[in-house]
Design a protein around this ligand. Structure first.
Ligand SMILES: [Zn+2]
Length: 129
């Protein structure tokens, strides 16, 4: 499948899927329940597992004012200033500073929003991680 990105580029591959926002939310609730703080994602660059709750904690501790919903598209290494070393595109340390909102889109799942655009998202983490 091929997905055209709002940035003008496109991605193509056998594993790529497009899912509606409503269906994506159903998937999240099936895996982790209705409390979205517990929803976990795997960074598509370094494999770091993070939750919306991890990002809420960064806010609570005053470390970063980042929107917790960023957890589905940006690795927490971008925002957690407590980390001494953070991976980059060339240095695959976990967590890293990768974001799906940048130039390189390493995503297999795209959520079609109510705006009709296809937004890349990190894959779900396993339930027991
Ligand atoms: Zn990462």
């Amino acid at each position: 499948m091929r997905v055209d990105l709002s940035s003008g580029g496109s991605v193509e591959g056998d594993k790529i899927r497009v899912i509606s926002l409503a269906d994506w939310i159903v998937e999240g609730e099936k895996r982790f329940g209705s409390d979205k703080k517990l929803w976990k994602f795997r960074c598509s660059h370094c494999g770091h597992i993070q939750s919306f709750g991890d990002f809420i904690e960064l806010n609570r501790l005053g470390i970063s004012p980042v929107n917790p919903e960023t957890a589905y598209m940006s690795c927490i290494g971008r925002f957690d200033s407590r980390l001494k070393i953070v991976g980059t595109l060339n240095d695959k340390v976990s967590p890293c500073n990768y974001t799906l909102g940048g130039l390189f889109c390493f995503a297999d799942t795209f959520v079609e929003g109510t705006d009709g655009k296809k937004h890349p998202v990190f894959e779900w983490a396993d339930n027991n991680v």
